[in-house]
Ligand binder design. Structure first.
Ligand SMILES: Cc1ncc(COP(=O)(O)O)c(C=O)c1O
Length: 354
């Protein structure tokens, strides 16, 4: 059987959740489990996240999957509902919504009695300059006052565009959040994703919303998971299925992009872009064997890659780590010109999950 495998380390997930608790001891934790728990598999991740306070997802379908698995914690829909019909279904399953445009507020008011009867909070999204979702200042202040007067319990919510970097927009976003929070006082607040949890403990407020840090990847381009004291949750492996000795001048793989300068031993590993392993590597990329870094040579194909195992005692069946604790997903992402988030989320269904 082909051995492309994704292992999920539930203890690592719990460790990372505890890191959030250390960093934000007074806030409730909304664990972001959208996109199938950032590609890790929702079922296994929920089982490990039982001590979280709540979950955050992108849409009703993702929330209902959590309910169908039997979890009763609060769930927030970070894009809200997409129609009035969805509002009724959300309320029925105790799912909280974000409101970020006027029709959502009208749907909410139309279902006010049912929403409030379930003690659900309404998350009201501030657009403080990221310009994706939300109401701008001063409109949001009026909206929160109106919702409070109508008996809703509100959470002022915001998302940073550049929490992972130094950017002038950070100050503007912080200031607007604080201004609205003050103008609507008392109102609960939530604006921290993983990077903000590390950088701005003073902004933890009532709810933090960690995503990538839970899965043991870094939200920062210049700080490793070790430096942040996080543990990688996913280990992605495959096995060597062929070994070849090639001579100087011979080429490897599609497009013959690699030419051996000397005689080398190469191994073919059964992994490729059909599994979600990225194809394009502007920089040299590596895998790990027994903790040792091994270069990939030639192009990544749909089902296979070639690696240079000269001098290694590699055999058929030797396990190769594509990413995990030895070869960090953040480093593969960097060589691929992307971020760990994307690689984790875009794995295909072909690797076996354990
Ligand atoms: C609204 C919102 N909150 C929190 C998060 C979690 O962000 P991160 O994975 O960077 O912690 C996301 C992720 O995209 C988000 O969209």
């Amino acid at each position: 059987m082909r051995q492309a495998t994704v292992y999920i380390d539930q203890e690592a997930l719990q460790y990372n959740l505890n890191r959030v608790k250390q960093l934000a001891p007074t806030a409730k934790i909304v664990s972001m489990v959208k996109a199938n728990a950032y590609g890790h598999g929702i079922k296994d991740c929920l089982a490990a996240l039982s001590s979280t306070d709540a979950f955050g997802v992108a849409c009703l379908e993702e929330a209902l999957e959590i309910r169908n698995l039997g979890y009763t914690q609060p769930i927030t829909l970070i894009e809200g509902v997409f129609s009035e019909d969805e509002m009724a279904i959300a309320i029925n399953s105790n799912i909280e919504i974000i409101v970020h445009h006027q029709p959502q507020i009208e749907w909410l008011l139309a279902h006010k009695a049912a929403y409030q009867a379930k003690n659900l909070k309404v998350w009201v999204k501030l657009n403080s300059g990221m310009n994706r979702l939300g109401f701008k200042v001063p409109d949001i202040i009026k909206i929160i006052h109106t919702l409070k007067a109508a008996g809703f319990t509100c959470v002022l919510a915001m998302h940073f565009a550049n929490a992972d970097a130094d950017n002038l927009l950070n100050e503007q976003q912080k200031n607007q959040f604080l201004q609205v929070k003050e103008a609507c006082s008392p109102v609960m607040g939530s604006c921290c994703n993983s990077a903000a949890i590390f950088k701005w403990p003073e902004l933890n407020f009532d709810f933090v919303r960690p995503g990538i840090m839970l899965y043991g990847a870094s939200p920062f381009a210049d700080q490793s998971v070790q430096a942040l004291d996080l543990q990688p949750v996913m280990t992605f492996t495959a096995e060597i299925i062929a070994l070849n000795h090639i001579h100087a001048g011979e080429v490897v793989g599609y497009g013959s992009t690699f030419t051996a300068e000397t005689a080398i031993d190469i191994a073919i590993v059964s992994i490729g872009y059909g599994d979600g392993y990225p194809r394009a590597f502007p920089k040299q990329n590596y895998v790990a064997i027994h903790g040792q870094s091994i270069p990939i040579i030639g192009r990544v194909a749909m089902d296979m890659i070639a690696i240079d195992v000269t001098g290694l005692n590699a055999t058929l069946g030797t396990v190769v780590e594509l990413w995990g604790k030895d070869r960090l997903v953040d480093d593969v992402a960097e060589a691929n010109g992307t971020i760990g988030y994307e690689l984790l989320c875009r794995l295909s269904n072909r690797p076996v999950r354990k």
